[in-house]
Design a protein around this ligand. Structure first.
Ligand SMILES: Nc1ncnc2c1ncn2[C@@H]1O[C@H](COP(=O)(O)OP(=O)(O)OP(=O)(O)O)[C@@H](O)[C@H]1O
Ligand SMILES: [Mg+2]
Length: 395
């Protein structure tokens, strides 16, 4: 379900948008409009939805309009035209008071650089947002402790900002935004100032947190690897427009135009695609109520000496081997239940680069499973290699 709906959003900087708007409608470029009117096109008319619980990434080069767009969502930047609708409420139509109340309850924001107050403890810094909202001391400290726990820094609550590393400071920023328990998080390059290792850690942590929180997040980055790793969907921006919106898979396998394709040239597929992305459908699967002869026939048909057993909703039950099925058939057993062995499995969200060492140890295939143990497909050594070859072709 769409939580945020942005329609035909335009932002012209310069205080005199009328002529610029007209030129924009007539198809003039950002550069031409600047020359003719001295107005800067920040956002040139974008429309998109963000679903409830989605982590939506805005990505693009410097100046493409990411910050302007994310700031229009809560009107830190006033849109020139177009609409922003959150849970059916029109943000651009709210008066000051309504807007303040709405922001205070619904929207948390995390920036690349934000000020921690040096003379206040970590806890007091986290509580700042609540303090501004007039929440009593005990209550705000309790809630801030909760959010410090979420980001793993509860032991630091009595310390001062100067004792923290850059990564920890960013976590404090996140904790501060989380303390108000907003439905929506707007994150503008929160990890960009961190060095690569810490940044990786933070990405991982955000994904873990998001599994629990299921917030609706708009996340800005100019880093494509970060976008592909984090985004449920990604919007690629250029000159105030959105060039393409899609999942990492969509965008990698089907770039909308030259510009996007060029962007993708330097991506290392093994670092962004997951087991789920490259899982193939097994030719045949077996039900545990089926018999050994059916199992053997299906294995023959798929030219294999094993077969995966799945239950209702494709829940993985295990694997049946040809030799066991043969033996069972001689005993005239009705079904294969007694010979199901544990299958080798891999979580659907494991990155390809981490699949190599695992598949090396597996004798047959890896069953790709999600958190409910549902079998999404299989990966074999051969399928792994050929899917990579294919990706290279694409990229
Ligand atoms: N306050 C402002 N006044 C005038 N022009 C602005 C203002 N803020 C942004 N712009 C212009 O709007 C365009 C989009 O800028 P924006 O900051 O949104 O880009 P960005 O994608 O966030 O870039 P970066 O990756 O550098 O943060 C740029 O051309 C910029 O010069
Ligand atoms: Mg920016």
């Amino acid at each position: 379900m769409a939580k945020i709906i942005v329609e035909k959003l335009v932002k012209i900087f310069g205080g005199n948008p009328k002529k610029a708007l007209k030129l924009l409608k007539d198809g003039y470029s950002k550069g031409e409009i600047l020359k003719k009117t001295d107005q800067t096109v920040g956002i040139a008319g974008v429309s998109f939805d963000v679903d409830e619980g989605e982590l939506f990434v805005l990505m693009g080069l410097s100046g493409s309009g990411k910050s302007t767009l994310i700031r229009c969502i809560n009107r830190l930047v006033e849109p020139t035209s177009g609409s922003i609708c959150i849970e059916g409420r029109r943000i651009e139509k709210m008066d000051e008071k309504e807007l303040r109340r709405f922001r205070g309850k619904k929207i948390g924001m995390v920036f690349q650089h934000f000020a921690l107050l040096p003379n206040r403890t970590v806890l007091e810094n986290v509580a700042l947002g609540l303090e501004i909202r007039g929440i009593p001391r005990d209550d705000r400290h309790k809630r801030s402790e909760e959010s410090l726990k979420m980001v793993g820094l509860i032991d630091w609550k009595e310390r001062y900002p100067k004792e923290l590393s850059g990564g920890m400071k960013q976590r404090i920023g996140l904790a501060r935004a989380l303390a108000i328990d907003p439905d929506i998080l707007l994150m503008d390059e929160p990890f960009s100032a961190l060095d690569p290792l810490i940044r990786n850690e933070m990405q991982e942590e955000l994904l873990n947190l998001q599994e629990e929180m299921k917030k609706t997040i708009i996340f800005v980055t100019h880093d494509l690897d970060e976008a592909l790793r984090l985004g449920d969907r990604i919007a690629i921006m250029r000159d105030g427009r959105i060039e393409q919106i899609g999942t990492a898979e969509d965008i990698l396998s089907n770039p909308a135009n030259e510009y996007v394709a060029k962007f993708l040239q330097n991506v290392d597929a093994t670092k962004v695609l997951t087991a789920e992305n490259i899982a193939i459908k097994p030719r045949e699967t077996l039900r545990e109520t089926e018999g050994p002869r059916t199992a053997m026939r299906k294995m023959n048909a798929s030219d294999s000496d094993y077969i995966l057993v799945v239950g209702r909703d494709r829940i993985l039950k295990g694997i049946v081997l040809m030799e066991d099925a043969l033996e069972l058939a001689e005993k005239r057993e009705r079904d294969v239940r007694g010979i199901i062995k544990e299958a080798d499995t891999i979580d659907s969200n494991v990155l390809i680069e981490d699949i190599y060492p695992i598949i090396g140890k597996s004798e047959r295939c890896l069953a790709v499973i999600n958190e409910d143990y549902k079998c999404l497909g299989v990966i074999t050594r051969r399928s792994l290699i050929s899917s990579l070859a294919e990706e290279r072709g694409v990229l």
